[in-house]
Ligand binder design. Structure first.
Ligand code: ATP
Ligand code: MG
Length: 381
């Protein structure tokens, strides 16, 4: 059921071009007034989702609802949605004022009202005084702000932003990240932002959808996704991680690197092969006697705040460690970690499959002697 917080809802949306499936049964909900990010590698379907929301293309299967009404057939110009394109798509022959006024002129708004709205939009993006400039006289960051002003002047309920920062240099990009986030808070409208930069997604979003090959792998807050990645793809794509093969002996007991460890995961078949993920910052360097694992240090880099140490255990797995302690290349060290640092992932499992497995497992007898653990190594919510 769609409640009144939900502004956009995708139900089993598939998009095909001839026989090429570029989105495969995607379902999600977007709540009003939040900052969402679609994150994923090139070609995974991010722009396709934006185009479906904007109404530039129609789904091959499934439904898209806006405020509880199905809008599959509603044309783009009848939707309360505006898009900021990656290349901004500004009109080079119009000045800043006329670029922003464009949509309002199409709506046949009166000149005085247009001027008022354009000036307000310019103030919003900190470009007051620039209204008579030509687009060719504006910097990349300023053009980007003109593109945003042109979109918000129409007072959309949703603003779609397709990699709007990718053309900017690092410093300007970081500044614009703050500005965009601030702007979203001030306007209170829903932003759907596309990027393939994981740090940008973590820094800006209320909620992130991680996509790969036309499917949502996982959705959640930045901390959910960083702390509890659902599979190797998400763990690899977001942050640095150690991923080694292992198996679940039974609930709360995993085996990897030739040893058994207590963990907080359950819901796997006995002896099921799994992937074990531990973040480099969750590994603590200790003596060889006290270590849960032993590694022979292979390389060490000083990264400012921490050392980045890598080495191999006896089973031949490589481990990356972030530590403020130094190690010596060629020597053996012990690594210690908590049961909570171990994340158990089923091969290639997506969030939907995880949820289904969790539901099936909930019907199963719970073991009340153990404190509420995470099932299957995913989210703690
Ligand atoms: N009109 C089209 N006809 C055929 N295939 C298309 C069409 N538009 C997009 N595709 C394909 O759909 C897939 C997803 O494209 P999409 O533009 O959504 O990717 P993206 O995630 O935005 O990638 P990028 O980060 O490179 O912009 C790609 O494989 C692309 O080639
Ligand atoms: Mg794209």
């Amino acid at each position: 059921m769609t409640d009144n917080k939900t502004i956009i809802r995708f139900e089993n949306v598939t998009k095909k071009y001839d026989n090429d499936t570029v989105l495969n049964g995607v379902s999600f909900e977007i709540e009003r007034g939040k900052f969402y990010t679609l994150l994923g590698p090139s070609g995974c379907g991010k722009t396709t989702i934006l185009r479906l929301i904007a109404g530039f293309i129609e789904p091959s299967e499934g439904t898209i609802s806006f405020n509880g009404k199905i809008i599959n057939d509603v044309p783009a110009d009848k939707r309360q949605v505006n898009t900021v394109f990656q290349d901004y798509a500004l009109f080079p022959h119009l000045n800043v004022f006329e670029n922003i006024a464009f949509g309002l002129r199409i709506k046949k708004m009166k000149n005085a009202a247009i001027a008022e709205k354009v000036m307000e939009a310019l103030r919003f993006v900190n470009l007051n005084g620039y209204e008579n400039r030509e687009i060719s006289e504006m910097s990349g960051g300023q053009r980007q702000r003109v593109a945003i002003a042109r979109a918000i002047v129409n007072e959309p309920e949703i603003l779609l932003l397709d990699e709007p920062l990718s053309a900017l240099d690092l410093k300007l990009r970081t500044e614009m990240q703050y500005e965009l986030r601030e702007l979203q808070r001030r306007l209170g409208i829903t932003f759907i932002f596309v990027t393939h930069d994981q740090e940008e997604a973590l820094a800006m979003s209320d909620e992130i959808f991680v996509l790969n090959q036309g499917e949502i792998q996982q959705s959640g807050t930045p901390t959910d996704i960083y702390d509890e990645p659902i599979n190797r793809f998400v763990a690899d794509f977001i942050g640095e991680s150690n991923i080694v093969p292992g198996r679940m002996i039974q609930d709360f007991q995993a085996e990897f690197a030739g040893k058994r460890f207590e963990c907080v995961d359950q819901g796997f078949s006995p002896n099921e092969p799994v992937e074990i993920m531990i973040r480099p910052e969750d590994l603590e360097i200790t003596s060889t006697e006290l270590g849960d694992l032993l590694i022979k240090v292979d390389s060490q880099l000083f990264r400012g705040v921490h050392y980045e140490i890598s080495g191999y255990d006896e089973a031949g797995n490589e481990w990356l460690v972030h530590s403020t302690k130094k190690a010596i290349v060629g020597e053996s060290i012990g690594l210690r970690f908590d049961p909570e640092a171990i994340h158990v992932m089923r091969f290639g499992e997506t969030e939907e499959e995880f949820d289904r497995r969790l539901e099936a497992y909930a019907g199963h007898e719970p073991d009340s002697s153990v404190p509420t653990p995470t099932v299957g190594g995913a989210r703690n919510d």
